[in-house]
Design a binder for this molecule. Structure first.
Ligand code: ZN
Length: 358
């Protein structure tokens, strides 16, 4: 049996395309009493961008705190906020932000039409009812959240990082306006962009393969190399390229390899954000990904991005246990690169030593 793959049905791409959001929303504002809920990255609080959005009476703007990765508890809080303000069904939800904000919008749109809590839907094909119509407007490029079928959520109590994997989680519409990424701090642009690079090379160096995914991933990797080995990763052409690479990379999401498990360990133990955690992970995997490690070090240097060392020094034995467990639990990914006997290379001592080198 071959998988039946769902992609984003509509996208608009181009500089200034955010201006078309108004028209798209007008098509959705068909019945009285229904409103639009905007999920906006708190980074934009008080900024001109928000004032320029087509917010009408009865709509609601909710600022999403993207300081940490989205948790299931936070999704329940956001869902309650939306329900309390809107008694009638919503006509649309709009996410304006990076991966965390888009993931929050996906999760809450599912919760609006499905009973229970966010954690009830962590897993595969658990969402039963069609969600609220939703539009993504990425303001950061690299996570691929704008076109993937999951939203990554941390369940703090269960120490579980797992999304709502479902065709219902896919956005109905994406607006890719490269202009929106111009104000991103340079380091963040790099870390987030690298997420595409890592996803894609991990997929391409794994043993579980799919030809369409390979084709998309190869293109996304080549684009990332172009961008991050050029003189300025944030020039006009590169802002466009990065948005396209993220989109292709999102469609190429398959099995990852060793970078993402190590990154997950850092997120679970130190609450580190995903993009930068990936970067730290690759710095200590030179034996497992020699080519990509060397390429990555060149990119860091070319863009003069600083990755301060010593992040895992002087942790308690318990912290090292959490780091190890947080990484080693991702068996499918680890065996994708290293085979089923991955623990022969990644013994507990080996894993902890790698963390200590970061
Ligand atoms: Zn990732």
């Amino acid at each position: 049996m071959y998988r039946n793959v769902k992609n984003v049905p509509y996208y608009i791409f181009g500089k200034g395309s955010l201006a078309q959001l108004d028209d798209l929303l007008r098509e959705r504002r068909h019945e009285e009493g229904e409103g639009v809920v905007f999920f906006i990255d708190h980074f934009f609080y008080g900024k001109d961008l928000v004032a320029s959005l087509p917010v009408e009476q009865g709509d609601r703007v909710i600022y999403v705190d993207a300081t940490h990765e989205p948790t299931t508890d936070y999704m329940d809080v956001l869902a309650a906020k939306v329900r309390e303000a809107n008694s009638s069904p919503l006509s649309c939800m709009v996410a304006l932000g990076g991966g965390s904000v888009m993931d929050a919008c996906k999760a809450v749109a599912n919760l609006m039409t499905n009973p229970g809590l966010a954690e009830d839907y962590q897993g595969w094909e658990l969402v039963k009812n069609p969600p609220v119509y939703k539009i993504a407007v990425p303001t950061l490029a690299g996570t691929g959240s704008e076109c993937s079928r999951t939203c990554v959520l941390s369940n703090v109590k269960k120490r579980l990082k797992l999304g709502m994997n479902s065709d219902y989680t896919v956005f109905d519409q994406v607006i890719m306006d490269p202009e929106l990424t111009r104000s991103v701090p340079r380091d963040q642009f790099f870390y987030t962009g690298m997420d595409t690079y890592m996803h894609c090379f991990e997929t391409l160096t794994g043993s579980y393969r799919n030809r369409i995914v390979d084709a998309l991933a190869e293109k996304a990797v080549a684009m990332c190399e172009d961008i991050f080995l050029s003189d300025d990763m944030m020039d006009e052409v590169n802002l466009e390229k990065m948005m396209i690479a993220s989109y292709l990379g999102g469609m190429a999401t398959g099995y990852v390899g060793v970078v993402h498990p190590f990154s997950a360990g850092l997120s679970v133990a130190l609450h580190m954000r995903h993009g930068i955690a990936n970067c730290y992970a690759l710095t200590v995997l030179e034996d497992i990904y020699p080519e990509q490690h060397a390429q990555f070090m060149r990119m860091l240097e070319r863009q003069q991005v600083h990755l301060p060392g010593g992040i895992c020094r002087r942790l308690s034995a318990e912290d090292y246990d959490i780091l190890y467990e947080g990484a080693i639990v991702h068996e499918n990914s680890l065996s994708n690169r290293l085979g089923p006997d991955f623990k022969q290379i990644l013994s507990k001592q080996n894993v902890i030593e790698r963390f200590k080198r970061m």
